[in-house]
Design a protein. Structure first.
Length: 304
């Protein structure tokens, strides 16, 4: 025998709108539609998906620095580019020479390192300096993906009980993010304001460090240091070299339009299997008359 033609007929199952079979079927279908949404989209990674990029940040020296010297008597002397911090007296050390060297290696007009060298002359050579703190201010600029411009700083310190004649550091200026950056068409300058424009009239290194590290993002100086002990010299040499990473990792939230471009595929990847399972479940409970429902068929009456 050869099948020349086949035709299928449907069976319809009916139940009142306000009935238990209807509620079960409705809840099952709603569950089928919403489950993929909650599995894929309800988490933070959907609304704020995190991605990363590598960028060579633009770091500019602001011509601002502070040097704090602690002598053997416990007296602190501050030498800085801020006149409000400098207290002139007859025996205060002073900077006799200073140089700023900006190195640019890749021919991209972005500095790869910045080096601050200075000589501090003591008016009382026999008075030992047992502690040094150096603070240098920079502008930190990102332009590739997330556009940000904020104040950055380098802080380095060293101490020696026998006194210090030379203080040298070598390190890298690294970015720390508590949260990823947001991608905007404008440049975010939330933390660009100068530290002393915020009402600070004196320098407290601990307070300044706390002020910076309480931010959502900031830079830190990862360095090694070398201290030259006291040699009965009237000068102290300070050499701070700051290297700027060429490939700084930047975390950022993807724009929503980029996210929606791909996430709908994940939704349907879960929805289709869920729908098939729910359909089989509904067919099973209805065909086996688990609930009291009415059934009609479109079979011709002569076949019925």
């Amino acid at each position: 025998m050869v099948v020349l033609f086949s035709e299928s007929y449907k069976a319809y199952y009916y139940a009142p709108v306000v009935s238990f079979p209807f509620c079960v079927t409705f809840v099952t279908l709603v569950f089928c539609v919403l489950t993929p949404f909650f599995l894929q989209f309800s988490g933070e990674k959907f609304w704020f998906p995190i991605d990363h990029e590598y960028e060579h940040p633009i770091v500019r020296f602001k011509d601002e620095f502070i040097i704090s010297l602690l002598d053997q008597d416990g007296k602190v002397t501050t030498i800085s580019t801020f006149s409000k911090l400098n207290k002139q007296n007859d025996d205060q050390p002073f900077i006799s020479s200073i140089s700023i060297i900006k190195n640019e290696i890749n021919n991209d007009d972005i500095y790869d390192s910045i080096n601050l060298k200075c000589i501090v002359t003591k008016k009382k050579p026999d008075k030992k300096i047992v502690g040094i703190k150096v603070l240098i201010f920079f502008d930190y600029i990102l332009t590739k993906i997330a556009k940000y411009h904020f104040q950055s700083f380098v802080i380095a310190s060293g101490d020696h009980n026998l006194g210090i004649t030379g203080f040298e550091t070598r390190g890298e200026l690294k970015l720390y993010q508590k949260i990823p950056f947001f991608v905007n068409d404008y440049t975010n300058e939330t933390y660009r304001e100068d530290y002393f424009e915020q009402g600070h009239k004196s320098i407290d290194f601990d307070d300044l460090y706390k002020n910076f590290t309480n931010r959502d993002y900031y830079t830190y100086y990862d360095y090694i240091k070398k201290i030259k002990p006291f040699l009965d010299d009237s000068t102290i040499s300070i050499d701070v070299n700051v290297e700027i990473p060429s490939y700084q990792e930047i975390l950022y939230y993807q724009p929503h339009y980029m996210n929606l471009k791909f996430k709908w595929i994940q939704y349907f990847a879960i929805f289709i299997p869920s729908f098939i399972i729910c359909k089989i479940f509904i067919q099973f409970i209805l065909k086996n008359r688990v609930f009291n429902v009415s059934m009609e068929s479109d079979l011709p009456k002569e076949i019925n």
